[in-house]
Ligand binder design. Structure first.
Ligand code: SF4
Length: 351
């Protein structure tokens, strides 16, 4: 099929995995859990509507639709973004360059974008990875600041670019747990947690601002004091000084997916935790179930104490916990957001 842009439609078989996926699974396991294909699609626009309600001034630029990392708790696949496939916007570089020059002429070029917000910023697929690099290069060369997140490994080929523009890049490196087996269960195609610590080290060595994402927290699964202490200890020893966290929230269809993919005991714990919780509208389209405020507050306070004891500045992400969090895009939490004189957050929004 010929796309309107002149690109030939193709599919990329990603049976070849890089080291870190193979580190987690045997080849057979990997193929059954992580095998997926990228389908070529055409980008309609490069700069998209701001993906975060808590940062309405920050548009998104995404080279992918869908994410092959396949985390069970992913809040995005339930919006139709990740309906079993992963699509690469093969012509996005041309579209981006044209939009940048038009916006520059009109004086409305974005100052800051969220890159690949609905997938992983360091794609494992070589074609997607090259395209990610080229798109980041155009954005950075045009003075645009980038916020991005990953559960992966930073490719070596990105290092020079990140070093040159280190003051314009902020990366959230996300963790569910340091427990390898638990991580494998909930984020089957993400990098091994130890390798994500390496990503933190590499980014910090290049001068890039890094936050450790800790979540989603799930009662009795990864929100115990032991899990929290282990994770805080590791991200601190990798050099992270800031972290952001949130509790699991349910989108429609998520519980059924947990039932299908998790051991019965895990599924029952999660189902029980959300029993009788009402659906709440968030934004215009999304309906979510949140855990009781008491559960979330106590968990955040527990994590906050552990973080504070290790000099880790912790915030709760507002886009993932609208009633208790603060914007996770704001660079440094301050008093307006509840920080105290020492700069340590009280964790919650003032609302
Ligand atoms: S890496 Fe992020 S976007 Fe991808 S599946 Fe996991 S949570 Fe979703």
């Amino acid at each position: 099929m010929e796309l309107e842009t002149g690109y030939t439609s193709w599919q990329v078989d990603i049976r070849i995995y890089n080291d870190y996926t193979q580190h987690m699974f045997s080849i057979n396991d990997t193929q059954s859990k992580c095998d997926t294909q990228l389908e070529a699609i055409s980008a309609k626009v490069a700069f998209e509507r701001a993906p975060l309600a808590c940062a309405p001034h920050v548009p998104g630029v995404d080279i992918l639709r869908g994410c092959r990392v396949g985390c069970l708790f992913c809040p995005y696949k339930w919006r139709g973004v990740n309906a079993g496939s992963c699509q690469l916007k093969v012509d996005i570089l041309d579209v981006l360059e044209s939009e940048v020059s038009t916006r520059k002429r009109n004086g409305n070029l974005a100052e800051h974008v969220l890159f690949n917000h609905f997938s992983d910023s360091f794609p494992q697929n070589p074609s997607a990875r090259s395209l990610a690099y080229e798109v980041l290069k155009v954005l950075l060369e045009n003075g645009i600041k980038i916020s991005m997140k990953t559960r992966g490994v930073m490719p070596d080929g990105f290092k020079d670019l990140f070093k040159e523009y280190s003051s314009s890049i902020s990366v959230e490196v996300d963790f569910f747990t340091m427990d390898e087996q638990l991580a494998k269960l909930y984020e089957p195609c993400a990098a091994h947690p130890q390798l994500r610590l390496d990503t933190i080290r590499t980014l910090l060595s290049l001068g890039v601002e890094v936050k450790a994402g800790m979540g989603p927290l799930i009662p009795f699964i990864n929100d115990t004091t032991g899990h929290m202490e282990e994770l805080v200890r590791h991200v601190r020893s990798a050099g992270a000084t800031k972290a952001v966290s949130y509790y699991l929230y349910l989108a429609k269809g998520m519980l059924e997916s947990f039932e299908e993919n998790l051991p019965v005991a895990h599924f029952r714990l999660i189902k029980g935790a959300f029993r009788r919780r009402p659906w709440q509208q968030v934004g215009i389209y999304q309906m979510y179930k949140f855990l009781p405020v008491k559960v979330r507050t106590e968990g955040y306070e527990r994590l906050g104490k552990i973080a504070k004891a290790s000099d880790l500045l912790l915030t709760v992400c507002k886009c993932k916990d609208p009633s208790l969090g603060v914007s996770c895009v704001d660079k440094v939490p301050d008093k307006v957001h509840g920080g105290d004189e020492s700069g340590q957050l009280s964790l919650f929004s003032v609302a």
